[in-house]
Design a protein around this ligand. Structure first.
Ligand code: HEC
Ligand code: HEC
Ligand code: HEC
Ligand code: HEC
Ligand code: HEC
Length: 448
């Protein structure tokens, strides 16, 4: 069990409602960065202080095109985000809202542009609809704490980046800032600590704890790969950074560049782990085949899966056939498309005893499982840590009458959402969810 514990509830001196919600997002415990991000910023900024992504499009068409298909552009359009937030709204009379827009729409947080309570997406200003847009990311002048998007946003005429000698232009000033090539920059949003000190999203901390030591790479080395080109049409040759910022997730609604993103996500996932497996060359009918799969995280700078590990599924699917038929299976789906574990609607009749699924589970303070992030106080997270080798063993019974040779097919499969979660969010229309094979192989075993 890898239980990540929150602090005992008795240590809290926060408002009872926030304790209940687990939503006062706090700093990371690093001595040099102690302040806690506020749930809603009290700044003097207005929406018009931020520019829309379309205003950058004419001069930066390639960046715009890549960003528009990214999960950053999806952050507020995401129907699962809206659905989960709505559940929180009805349960907690909207007290949750400010916390949810904290990272998903910094413009709304900084300006108060998104009223708490139910909202009409189409009525929101484009800068808010854009989620994590150009003018959120390129106006960061510093970081206060490595959690909860607690950055210093300074919208205005200066755009920060990593071009040291930018060509002047009529739209904005440009300024070099080394922060933009650091992992801390991404880490400030890709990190969520609840009010109870539970590390719910930990990509940055996983990377810092050992991911960098394993791969020697920063977030951008893997998520914003380089290419040569110009940052503006006709501009000088530059090292550009891919803004499609591919990870493991895909839009569940019609979205720009969806086929390209699917291909890039597939490539990303197929490069995430080294997989090895052992199988004896022969077996006697009536005996067992001892099979071991090893998942080795030597290629990724953080856990696999990461981010929201309580909804990502990564599982091993095995099928063994003799001459005539399927004699063993694990990792197959039930009639609803769910894995055959306790979350299956058919759990009473169809449990897959051998199932390996790296999905994390959230627990409430009373040790009951929960799917609601704000109720979570403990996390059982079996994801594969950077540098770790995880052996998974199987003993596969071979029927006495089996006719050989056996054919053994093994796959490592991934999907960003289990169907039962989508149904619980009342979003059935988004089904089915793409399943991506991260790795597959097959071998035969002779029957003696
Ligand atoms: C009128 C054209 C124009 C518009 C509109 C424009 N830019 Fe630029 N931008 C440029 C030029 C020219 C450069 C310099 C490119 C170079 O030196 O290779 C640049 C450079 C940049 C840089 C790199 C800065 C650095 O020093 O690393 C960033 C970041 C940037 N722009 C962001 C934006 C954003 C965000 C928007 C929209 C809010 C935007 N730009 C709108 C022309 C424009
Ligand atoms: C050595 C390459 C590498 C580095 C370094 C790296 N990543 Fe990743 N990242 C990957 C791969 C491969 C995946 C897909 C597998 C997975 O989901 O874990 C991924 C997935 C992700 C995801 C999607 C997770 C999910 O399952 O939904 C996010 C978010 C992410 N990375 C952010 C970051 C951030 C932030 C950093 C820096 C702190 C970083 N990554 C560093 C390779 C890398
Ligand atoms: C999630 C944050 C994020 C978003 C959103 C984002 N950028 Fe960037 N951008 C960066 C970072 C980080 C770099 C520098 C990467 C590096 O040097 O490793 C960068 C680099 C750039 C550059 C310099 C050239 C290059 O490719 O390195 C330009 C121009 C630019 N961005 C424009 C834009 C525009 C236009 C948009 C919106 C369409 C946008 N960015 C959206 C983070 C972001
Ligand atoms: C202002 C906050 C913010 C910053 C800064 C930021 N991100 Fe994100 N990022 C988000 C949010 C919010 C999402 C999730 C949107 C959704 O799916 O609803 C996301 C999604 C992603 C994803 C896709 C996750 C998946 O499951 O596939 C990747 C990869 C990613 N970010 C990488 C980066 C990298 C690399 C950087 C640094 C250059 C960065 N982000 C900076 C807020 C941010
Ligand atoms: C600390 C910043 C932060 C806060 C606060 C935050 N999120 Fe997120 N959220 C993210 C990031 C980053 C991702 C992408 C995670 C990944 O894929 O690795 C994400 C992903 C999600 C996803 C999964 C989206 C997908 O398409 O896979 C949902 C749903 C979601 N958030 C809902 C919420 C709700 C509801 C709240 C308020 C209770 C909230 N978030 C608060 C940063 C945040």
């Amino acid at each position: 069990m890898r239980l990540v514990r929150g602090l005992p509830a008795a240590t809290f001196r926060l408002s009872p409602l926030l304790i209940l919600l687990g939503l006062s997002l706090s700093g990371c415990g690093n001595d040099s960065i102690t302040d806690s991000p506020p749930i809603a910023q009290d700044t003097a900024l207005t929406v018009d202080d931020f520019e829309t992504a379309t205003s950058c499009q004419t001069c930066h068409p390639v960046h715009f095109e890549q960003w528009s298909g990214s999960m950053h552009a999806y952050a507020l359009k995401d129907p699962t985000f809206a659905a989960l937030r709505e559940i929180g709204q009805s349960l907690y009379i909207n007290a949750l809202d400010g916390a949810c827009i904290q990272c998903h729409s910094v413009v709304a947080r900084e300006t108060g542009a998104m009223p708490w309570g139910p909202f009409d997406y189409d009525a929101l200003p484009p800068q808010v609809q854009e989620g994590v847009g150009c003018d959120v990311c390129h106006v960061v002048s510093g970081i206060r704490s490595l959690s909860g998007a607690d950055m210093i946003f300074s919208p205005g005429e200066t755009k920060f980046g990593t071009i040291a000698d930018p060509v002047p232009n009529s739209a904005h000033k440009s300024e070099f800032n080394s922060l933009y090539s650091s992992s801390e920059y991404c880490g400030s949003c890709h990190d969520l600590v609840t009010g109870d000190g539970l590390q719910l999203e930990a990509v940055f901390r996983e990377w810092r704890a050992g991911g960098f030591a394993v791969t020697g790479k920063t977030c951008n080395d893997c998520h914003m790969p380089d290419s040569l080109g110009s940052a503006v049409p006709g501009g000088p040759e530059r090292t550009l950074h891919d803004h499609s910022m591919v990870g493991a997730d895909l839009a569940l609604i019609p979205f720009p560049n969806r086929p390209e993103q699917l291909q890039k996500v597939t490539d990303m996932l197929r490069s995430a782990l080294t997989v090895e497996w052992d199988l004896p060359p022969t077996v006697s009918a009536g005996d067992t085949v001892d099979l071991q799969v090893r998942l080795i995280n030597d290629l990724t700078g953080h856990n696999v899966p990461t981010g929201v590990p309580f909804i990502r599924q990564m599982w091993i699917a095995i099928e063994v056939f003799d001459d005539n038929s399927l004699i063993y299976t694990t990792g197959e789906l039930d009639a609803n498309g769910d894995l055959k574990d306790e979350n299956s609607a058919f759990a009473e009749s169809e449990i897959d005893e051998d199932l390996f699924n790296a999905q994390a589970t959230m627990f409430r303070a009373d040790s009951v499982k929960t799917g609601l992030t704000w109720e979570a106080r403990y996390l059982d997270n079996p994801s594969i840590v950077a540098g770790e080798t995880r052996p998974v063993d199987y003993r596969i019974p071979v029927p006495p009458g089996a006719a050989g040779p056996l054919r053994v097919e093994v796959r490592l499969r991934f999907r960003s959402f289990p169907p039962y979660v989508i149904r619980a969010l009342g979003q059935d229309a988004l089904l089915p969810i793409d399943i991506i094979d991260m790795w597959e192989d097959d071998r035969t075993v002779a029957i003696l």
